[in-house]
Design a protein around this ligand. Structure first.
Ligand SMILES: NC(=O)c1ccc[n+]([C@@H]2O[C@H](COP(=O)([O-])OP(=O)(O)OC[C@H]3O[C@@H](n4cnc5c(N)ncnc54)[C@H](OP(=O)(O)O)[C@@H]3O)[C@@H](O)[C@H]2O)c1
Length: 228
């Protein structure tokens, strides 16, 4: 099969298409013929050796990046009862481990996959895994967003933020979203109740008594978020 192998950490010039053996699945795994993948900030950080995960992955040869896939199940291991051959599936594969998603076929633990809804494309499904899970974990695992909360979502037009806005609205919270002016309509269209243009306005001067902040910008933005 074809795969995009990372020959050494660094720039995109080290991502090289090669022919390698198709993966052999374990009993708990599904072999997925990949239709679409998505690339997240973690891919870029690992490729350029700027994430701790790169040190773990350095031992693998060939090293194949990528964690988000959508495709079709073409083989299932003997212990897999939840999925069958022919199912259209999507998921986040083996993060934080060796995902090997930049490939024609990927071996995936069955519990890392879900059946793709029929009303979305493989491209949309592949783009709705890591970024969406990050937003969901913020609301369901690390924090508990409640319907009565007022939430400030930074970088609301970004990969994580645009899922977060929709989830927070679904939960019933009052959503204040930051983005540039160019993305105001996009963010409001996702359901935000209030918009702040971070390039013009200082949110810390406008807001107070915020119950929950989803802060995915970093730096001094974090301290200012604690303040509100
Ligand atoms: N994507 C993932 O799956 C994922 C998972 C875990 C963690 N993360 C982390 O979460 C962070 C965001 O990732 P992402 O994928 O959502 O990024 P992204 O898609 O690149 O979006 C970044 C957004 O940040 C906005 N922005 C820049 N400076 C800002 C500021 N000062 N205040 C408010 N918004 C600002 C930009 O808005 P405008 O375009 O409107 O200027 C842009 O839309 C990164 O640190 C990433 O490593 C991402």
């Amino acid at each position: 099969m074809k795969a995009i192998v990372l020959k050494q950490f660094g720039g995109t010039e080290f991502l090289i298409e090669e022919k390698i053996e198709k993966p052999i699945i374990k009993n708990n795994e599904v072999l997925v013929k990949v239709k679409a993948i998505s690339i997240n900030p973690v891919d870029v950080k690992v490729r350029s050796r700027k994430a701790p995960l790169a040190e773990i992955l350095a031992q693998y040869d060939p090293l194949i990046l990528g964690w988000d896939i959508s495709g079709v199940a073409v083989e299932t291991g003997s212990e897999v009862a939840s999925l069958k051959i022919g199912d259209e599936v999507f998921g986040m594969v083996n993060l934080a481990g060796h995902g090997k998603a930049y490939a024609e076929y990927v071996a995936v633990p069955a519990e890392h996959l879900a059946v793709k809804p029929e009303n979305i494309t493989h491209i949309e499904a592949a783009a709705s895994t890591l970024a969406a899970l990050t937003a969901w974990q913020a609301f369901d695992s690390y924090g508990k967003l409640r319907s009565t909360d007022k939430i400030l979502i930074h970088a609301a037009a970004g990969g994580v933020g645009h899922f977060a806005v929709q989830m927070a609205k679904h939960i019933g919270a009052y959503v204040i979203a930051t983005s540039s002016e160019a993305n105001r309509d996009f963010v409001m269209g996702l359901g935000a109740d209030q918009h702040i243009d971070y390039k013009v306005d200082h949110f810390e001067d406008i807001l107070h008594d915020i119950d929950f902040v989803l802060e995915a910008v970093g730096g001094e933005n974090f301290q200012k978020s604690v303040q509100v």
